[in-house]
Design a protein around this ligand. Structure first.
Ligand code: SAH
Ligand code: SF4
Ligand code: F3S
Length: 462
């Protein structure tokens, strides 16, 4: 008997990437094998994102293309729609596209295994209950043994006026710390050296847990796991980026010196209309404080331009904030209208021309700042975690600095998943070039391998 095959296509953020790994794990457990294109797949899963306008239409046009592929190949194809558009649209997707067999939200992944026999028997199913708890990950296939996403919480209880996420991912729920630490221990035992802790709002981790563990406490516990060498986390929210957390970040050497702290706007008036819960001055104070504690921490951000009612003067304040803070990089977004969000009812919605021009101006400014920051690294010796052969140039390897910056350099593909010392030789605004100087400092490795906290900084062999 032929083995069943599936293909999965992932859109959106790292939470969706992690969810796709769980979906794939569940299917593989049930005897499916993964294929890299939809061409021969019996089951195609679209794991969708709803952050921008047009997201729904994009899903319907993808579905149309899959139907055409099915007609061309003459073999039946089952289609599942997962992720944030699935959660948002639910049964409407089944009604609008007769070819879709299953719609399930991110909280329903743990039920996928039980739904499969019904799907295979020809039923059309929807599962978008948003209130289930994030259980310990059932089956999870990760593409690389040396790094892993670990979801620490699901959902979001904030209601930023522009954002669809609380509606698509449901209320905030934290996983119990024991389950997370167990998972990290198992990963480390299997050779994982870098974990990225994921949640829409990791800085409020632990709210609602009876054990009293907060994000700082969770970091300490993960930091103590032998074998784990780098800890990343995303996303932090400025309003609960606390003094206690900052002190903890400064004390734990395995935590990457990189903070992604979305500001969204440099105007207090706009921040208030967005319902973000902090002022620009409060945000600045936190940046100053963390920089006092960890002087070389790299800070990145998300910024929205053209929010309803944003004036030219508000936008200038955003540019000022970007110049003052000196971000290593930022993600810039044009405001987009999303269903079920408070911003829809605000006055002063702006034309696309205005939003596009502002976005271009913001990105041009940041590009120059990023280039200068990258150039300032030229000549330094840095620790790089090797990701593998560069996607653009098969002669080179790519790896990342703690700041999450990409470095390309020549070396042996077998170094994937190991740390190297690299001299940075040149920089563009998108990446760095370097030359390999060998394995990292063996003393440092020994300290990290024991999981001890020590004073030596990570990576910097400056
Ligand atoms: N939980 C994270 C962000 C999740 S969404 C946080 O609070 O920071 C990622 C980014 O998408 C947001 O930071 C915001 O900059 C952008 N975004 C979300 N909704 C948007 C919308 N309607 N229009 C434009 N950008 C949006
Ligand atoms: Fe969206 Fe705000 Fe929640 Fe982030 S904190 S997911 S921007 S509602
Ligand atoms: Fe998109 Fe959902 Fe992530 S809307 S950005 S996939 S939480």
């Amino acid at each position: 008997m032929n083995q069943r095959t599936f293909h999965i296509r992932t859109y959106g953020c790292q939470m969706n990437e992690s969810d796709s790994e769980r979906i794939a794990g569940t299917l593989i457990d049930r005897g499916y094998s993964m294929v890299s294109t939809p061409d021969d797949a019996e089951l195609v899963v679209l794991n969708t994102c709803s952050i921008r306008d047009g997201a729904e239409n994009k899903v319907y046009s993808d579905l149309g293309r899959l139907r055409m592929l099915e007609a061309e190949r003459g073999q039946p194809m089952k289609i599942a729609v997962a992720g944030c558009v699935a959660q948002q649209e639910g049964a409407r997707i089944l009604a609008r596209d007769r070819g879709v067999n299953l719609v399930f939200g991110s909280r329903a992944i743990s039920q996928l295994g039980d739904m499969l026999p019904r799907l295979e028997a020809g039923e059309r199913l929807v599962e978008v209950d948003i209130h289930t708890r994030p259980d310990a990950p059932d089956s999870h296939v990760r593409p690389d043994p040396w790094r892993a996403f670990v979801t620490v919480m699901e959902g979001c209880d904030n209601h930023c006026a522009f954002c669809v996420v609380p509606a698509t991912r449901g209320p905030e729920v934290s996983r119990a710390p024991e389950g997370i630490v167990d998972e990290v221990e198992q990963l480390a035992a299997a050779g994982c050296v870098e974990v990225t802790l994921l949640g829409q709002n990791v800085t409020s981790y632990g709210r609602g847990l009876s054990c009293g563990t907060d994000f700082a406490g969770l970091l300490e516990r993960i930091h103590a796991v032998p074998g784990i060498r780098r800890i990343r986390y995303t996303t932090s929210h400025p309003k609960d980026f606390s003094e206690r957390l900052m002190d903890t970040l400064a004390r734990l050497p395995k935590v990457a010196r990189h903070l992604h702290l979305p500001l969204q706007s440099g105007s207090n008036r706009v921040l208030e209309r967005m319902g973000r819960g902090y002022t620009v001055a409060e945000y600045m104070r936190r940046i100053e404080r963390i920089r006092a504690l960890i002087p070389d921490i790299a800070v990145t951000t998300d910024m929205i331009v053209g929010f309803p009612g944003e004036t030219g003067a508000d936008f200038e304040q955003t540019l000022d904030a970007v110049r003052d803070i000196g971000y290593l990089n930022l993600y810039g977004f044009k405001y987009s209208r999303r269903p079920n969000t408070a911003a829809l009812a605000l006055d002063g919605h702006l034309d696309d021309e205005v939003r596009s021009a502002r976005l271009e101006k913001l990105l041009t400014l940041q590009k120059a700042i990023t280039l200068a920051r990258h150039q300032s690294l030229v000549g330094s010796l840095r620790e790089v975690l090797v990701e593998g052969v560069s996607r653009r140039n098969a002669e080179r390897l790519s790896g990342r600095l703690e700041e999450n910056l990409l470095v390309h350099f020549s070396g042996d593909p077998d170094w994937q998943g190991t740390f190297r010392t690299v001299r940075i030789t040149s920089a563009t605004s998108s990446a760095l070039l370097g030359e390999d100087l060998g394995e990292e400092d063996p003393l440092e490795t020994a300290g990290l391998a024991d999981g001890k906290t020590f004073e030596l900084t990570r990576g910097a062999v400056r």
